[in-house]
Design a protein around this ligand. Structure first.
Ligand code: COA
Length: 259
């Protein structure tokens, strides 16, 4: 169905694998277009409860935007490339009401680091390496990296990483808050799926509202507190809230319906 992606639905989790291993899974126009399409599927298909984004092979998650497509672009073309990617992929991942987690299995550089950062959180294999090396190319990140790296690791570290183009390994990435867990490569997908299976047992509408509210906080949106109040109130008219609170009182496990 897709030329540049592999997809597999496993117990409600859609595993999306960027599949250009001979090009380190670099994000060319086709990958961006197909990621946009598969994200529409994640949003609309009720059988999909969550998604994982990973890369094919053992070496790279995604080694960036496809540099070979940059050569012919001018200012407008460059800005259009960044806007298309942000609108159709990166912001769509961040704003997805269903959890989307990056399973970072190797190099996550440039657009690859940005792809991982647009996910709701990140699990890395021990060989993963992160970096924003755009200044090596006379560029800056264009898929939201200047914003999301700063949100995740703070201003000083983000400045250093983007100015020096240095890569950080998985353990250092964990130490600065870029990834949540580091596991051996062969356990990466299983660990990521295990965390998502736990999320699947929770009330889906509440999970979606957590995503929306935390995104407000990460963007320092001054409306974040008021939005939290509105989302909190809206939970009270869901069937799942009645089920969750009743189950607690009745000392049993809740069964959520996403309603
Ligand atoms: N865009 C296009 N092609 C890329 C790419 C990218 N971002 N990253 C890797 N590739 C291609 C290489 O050109 C090479 O293609 P070829 O076999 O046709 O020559 C192939 O992937 C393998 O990469 P190679 O550099 O030979 O592997 P390596 O193990 O020596 O190095 C990296 C791996 C990731 C360190 C190196 O490929 C790299 O630095 N990539 C660019 C990272 C980057 O600057 N990303 C930001 C882009 S904005």
């Amino acid at each position: 169905m897709y030329q540049t992606l592999l997809t597999e639905l496993d117990k409600g989790t859609l595993v999306i694998t960027v599949n250009r291993p001979d090009k380190m899974n670099a994000l060319n126009k086709d990958v961006i277009s197909e990621l946009g399409k598969v994200l529409d599927e994640v949003y609309s298909n009720n059988e999909i409860k969550s998604a994982i984004i990973t890369g094919a092979g053992e070496k790279a998650f995604v080694a960036g935007a496809d540099i070979s497509e940059f050569l012919s672009l001018g200012a407008e073309g460059g800005a259009a490339l960044a806007k298309l990617g942000q609108d159709h992929v990166f912001n769509k991942i961040e704003n997805s009401p269903k959890p989307i987690v990056a399973a970072v299995n190797g190099f996550a550089l440039g657009g690859g680091c940005e792809l991982a950062m647009s996910c709701h959180f990140r699990i890395a294999s021990a060989n993963a390496k992160f970096g924003q090396p755009e200044v090596n190319l006379g560029l800056i990140p264009g898929y939201g990296g200047t914003q999301r790296l700063t949100q995740l690791v703070g201003k000083g570290k983000a400045m250093e990483l983007m100015m020096t183009a240095d890569m950080v390994g998985a353990d250092d990435a964990k130490a600065i808050g870029l990834v949540n867990h580091v596991v051996p490569q062969e356990e990466l997908l299983a660990k990521t799926k295990e965390i998502l299976q736990k999320v699947h047992t929770k009330a889906p509408i509440a999970v979606a509202k957590v995503i929306a509210c935390v995104n407000d906080a990460a963007k320092c949106d001054p409306a974040g507190f008021d939005n939290e109040i509105a989302h909190f109130g809206a939970c009270f008219i869901t069937e799942d809230m009645k089920e969750g609170t009743t189950a607690f009182v009745e000392k049993r496990k809740p069964v959520f319906k996403g309603k």
